[in-house]
Design a protein around this ligand. Sequence first.
Ligand SMILES: *Cc1c(COP(=O)(O)O)cnc(C)c1O
Length: 427
Amino acid sequence: MNNPYDASPAWAEQADRDDPLRAYREQFLIPPHGDGLTLYFCGNSLGLQARGVREAINDELDYWGELGVEGHFKGRLPWMDYHEYVREHLSELVGASMSEVVAMNTLSVNLHLMMVSFYRPTRERHKILIEAGAFPSDRYAVASQIRFHGHDPDQALIELEADEPDGTVSMQAIEHVLHEHGDDIALVMWPGVQYRTGQAFDLAAITRIAHARGCMVGFDLAHAVGNISLSLHDSGADFAVWCHYKYLNGGPGAVGGAFVHERHARTNRPRLAGWWGHDKATRFRMDPHFDPTPGAEGWQLSNPPILALVPLRISLQLFHQAGMQALRAKSERLTGYLEWLVEHELADTLEVLTPRESARRGAQLSLRVHGGRDRGRALFEHLTAHGVIGDWREPDVIRVAPVPMYNCYRDCLGFVHAVQAWKGSGN
Ligand SMILES: *Cc1c(COP(=O)(O)O)cnc(C)c1O
């Protein structure tokens, strides 16, 4: 089969009918546009609301109203252990054991908490390696940690430039920088999927090389979790952090996540402590001495926000039911279809920057608009006005992510028709 795809509406409709995951779309609220629905390609930025969320939040509000403080111990899911209700599905999703993951805080906060423990610079080894053009929050976080330890980011922050034509980074470039500077690098902080290019990385390979050079390794999985298949435990990474509001549909500002490898479960490294990280069995003795829960839960500070965890719990149930393997299989085909359409129907307008091999990307395609920034903005605004929701990255890139949970093949074809309509009106 040289050509598995076809640009006809009939092909897209048949592909949707044949999609084994088609029922999941019905489980989500797709924002309306006019008499119909938006073509929502922004699940990489804010995932949609699952239909079950409203009722599940109302349940908690009812418990609060009826039980007051007793809601910590009563109700269907007592609040005391609430973060544990997402732990099993979350650990399954990221390929870790239950004690290696925790839902807590938010991404940037978790990144700082992890660096407090795993970025321990010495005079000889105090640098941090990140990718050039990293997400601003990550760059601010690592630079501020460097300053916090009395070093200078201008000297101690290594930002690896992209070495491939479309702005992506080869494994050889990572190997090379670690070969050159590995002895000085305390921490390699790398994305699972880079937010701007959509490039996915081989976490195990990066960890292997970095560990061989004596560096700690942490991953930011904001764009990877719920998007690509992950085996965090087997990757050997020391820690990872992520948010839940992108592919995982946890809702705006949702509680984030963290992974700490089992080998650090009982670490004596410094950490910032709070009562929820204290060993659960003895937490309520209110002992002045901090005795951490072994594993990732030992990094918790506060008792968790129950209402904010509800959408995540509901969404993770859907990921569990659908299965990450099936989601990923659909994702590869769906994104492959959109890529094929862009190349066959829109090559004079758009260019795919995201790597072509499915092992090197997730759902997202980053599309450069030919003709520069103004033309790009004009197209982006046309799409938005017509209910095609992607997002804009300066200076000339539109990011679109058909996500396997609720996007369909007709959405992808609709994107192409919307761009063609814009071109047809003289652009
Ligand atoms: C989305 C995203 C963030 C957002 O951080 P918050 O702390 O959740 O606001 C940070 N880093 C990366 C790489 C992201 O993609």
